[in-house]
Design a protein around this ligand. Structure first.
Ligand SMILES: Nc1ncnc2c1ncn2[C@@H]1O[C@H](COP(=O)(O)OP(=O)(O)OP(=O)(O)O)[C@@H](O)[C@H]1O
Ligand SMILES: [Mg+2]
Length: 334
């Protein structure tokens, strides 16, 4: 990048206050406010270190990487990005990507001001670029290809974006860092390969182990009793073992509701197990009550991906008593 572009970005970064304005090539931009949150990342140190490594600059000629954070819904992808920004001691900006996100929403939006003039509002992404902060593009694959295309130069060595609306090119400050979270469900778009090749590496967020899951629940619900915490952790760990998608978020919601129900009637306190089970059904559905049965059904609808089918499976259902290859039901004393 030329030295004049460098000077331009240093001046912009130095004069930018959260929610303030900066001028780029004669156009005044109103900046977004940073995300204020002090949430921690509990356990799973390795994935946090992997994300932080992407943002290291080894030399003035080095470039930071923009990784993809992937994993089941509610597993902690956004939380991981928030925590990494906090550790990096940079202001954090989160852009929530949706199917309706247009390129100008991602960059600069013209707004009619009170005096009848046009005011240009910088998106959280562009604000992070200007002030040298971190931008999390949250749920990136909900956004269509056209919007991603406007980010191609930002995500390679060019590190700038071009706003058609404001008619300016905005270079990213050298401290600017980004990460994209991706969701795995049907309501997402295929991101084109030329963009995926700029979103590297892929960091897979996995489920926490028993100890970490307990610490996560205790962190979010420090007032929860040990017995209620233990029931929830046991449920979540069992569901992870069975490759079901119940997440720490599900655990937090169900436990929060169970605790609220328990607190309602101090005269005739409802049984803890009863309250917990009611919360399980209300938050995660009746199916969640019998995880083994749910896992078997899931396996069947997935076409028995994880279990090889025998010849008998073509003639009988896998749980049909007449099926000679039928697996014995596990005893479930819960
Ligand atoms: N390691 C962790 N430390 C602290 N909190 C966690 C951790 N993992 C998950 N959580 C909590 O679990 C909840 C879900 O996390 P988060 O919203 O980051 O999930 P997500 O993967 O981004 O979900 P989605 O795919 O729906 O966007 C949040 O309340 C978050 O604080
Ligand atoms: Mg998220």
């Amino acid at each position: 990048m030329s030295s004049s572009a460098n000077n331009k970005q240093t001046t912009a970064a130095a004069s930018a206050a959260p929610g303030g304005t900066v001028e780029i090539d004669g156009v005044e931009l109103k900046l977004s406010h940073p995300h204020q949150s002090t949430s921690q990342w509990i356990g799973q140190r390795e994935i946090l270190m992997q994300l932080l490594a992407c943002w290291v600059m080894l030399d003035d000629s080095d470039l930071p990487l923009t990784p993809r954070l992937v994993g089941s819904p509610g597993i902690g992808k956004t939380q991981l990005g928030i925590a990494a920004a906090q550790i990096s001691e940079k202001p954090l900006y989160i852009y929530q990507c949706t199917a309706d996100t247009r390129p100008e929403d991602l960059l600069i939006t013209p707004v009619l001001a009170q005096d009848g003039k046009i005011a240009y509002h910088a998106s959280p992404l562009v604000t992070a670029m200007i002030v040298g902060g971190v931008c999390i593009l949250d749920e990136g694959n909900r956004m269509n290809e056209k919007s991603w295309a406007s980010l191609a130069p930002l995500l390679d060595q060019r590190r700038y974006v071009e706003s058609i609306v404001a008619g300016i090119t905005i270079p990213a400050d050298r401290h600017f860092r980004a990460a994209v979270t991706m969701n795995q469900d049907e309501s997402t778009f295929e991101i084109p390969d030329y963009i995926l090749s700029r979103l590297q590496p892929t960091l897979n967020v996995g489920f926490p182990d028993k100890h970490d899951e307990m610490a996560i629940l205790q962190y979010h619900l420090p007032f929860a009793e040990a017995e209620m915490l233990a029931m929830t952790v046991e449920f979540l760990q069992r569901s992870h073992d069975l490759k079901l998608d119940f997440s720490p978020r599900d655990g937090i919601n169900l436990l929060r509701y169970a605790l609220k129900r328990l607190s309602q009637d101090t005269q005739h306190p409802i049984n803890r197990r009863e309250a917990w089970r009611e919360a399980l059904e209300c938050c995660l559905g009746e199916d969640a009550v019998d995880l083994d049965a749910l896992a078997k059904r899931r396996q069947k609808t997935l076409g028995g991906d994880s279990l090889p089918l025998g010849l008998a499976d073509f003639f009988f259902d896998s749980d049909d008593p007449l099926n000679p290859d039928r697996l014995d039901e596990e005893d479930d004393d819960d």
